[in-house]
Design a protein around this ligand. Sequence first.
Ligand code: PGA
Length: 261
Amino acid sequence: MVAKHTLIVGNWKMNLNMHEASLYLHQLSELVKVHRDVDVVLAPTIFTLQSLSLQINRRQFKLAAQNLYWRDHGAFTGEVSATQLRGIVDYAIIGHSERRHVFGETDKDVRNKVQASIRNNIRPILCVGETTAERTYGETNDVLHDQLIGGLANVTSDELKEVIIAYEPVWAIGTGNNALPSDVTTAIKAIRGQIKHLYGKQAAEDITVLYGGSVTASSAADYLALEEVDGLLIGGASLDAHAFTDIIKKAHKGAAVATNA
Ligand code: PGA
C-alpha cells in the first residue's frame, strides 16, 4: 500500500483582508519547506481565494474554500458555488461546526454540498463532531453516525476516495480545551467503523481522517503520533506563521518515522 500523505489544513476563518492575506502567504512561503509526505492546505476567506490562487506555489500549498453553495448557479444571492470555485481550490471544508451551529446547516445541506464538491472536482473535507451536551450525555457515537450517514448519503465507493473526514469535537474548537488523545482515538475508530459498515474494510483503512480543535504547535505532535490520525485541521494556530510552520515540520517528522517503521 502507498503510504498516506499527512494533511495539514489551516482554516483562517473570517480573518485577514486581501492585503493581510497576501502578506501572510508571502511570509508562510518563505518559512514552509515542500515535504513530499505532507500536503499543506490553506483555507482563506472566499473573497481572497482568487488573488491568492495567482500568488500561490501549488507544489507548496493547495487552497480550500471554507464553505460553498450546492447549486451550480442561479438566483442565490450572496452564495458562491462549487462550479465557480472549480480550478481555484482543490478542497472545500464542508459542514464545519460553525456552519452547522451558527448558520443552521443541516445534514441535508451538508450532503448536498459534499455532492456539489465531488461533482466539481473539489475534495470535500467533511467535518463531524459532538457538542458539549452531546458528549455529556454519552451521545458522541450516535452524533458521528448520524453526521456521517447524513453527509455521505449518495456518495459512491469510488467517490469516497475523494472525501476527507475531519473529527472536530465542537467543545474543543476555539476554546483551548484539548481533547485527550485517547478521546480522539476512540472517536476516529468509531468513524472508521462507520465507514467500514458503509463501504468496507479497505475504504475504512484508506480514508484520510483529520483531527481538529485547539491544536497548537505544542499539542500537534501528540495527535499526529496517533495511528488513527492522518492530519490536522487547524484554526487559531494557522494564523501564526511560526506556529503553523512548526506544526508542518512535526507532521513531516511524524510521517518520516511512520514510513521508516
Ligand atoms: P481551532 O479551530 O484550531 O481554533 O480550535 C479549528 C477549526 O475550527 O477547524
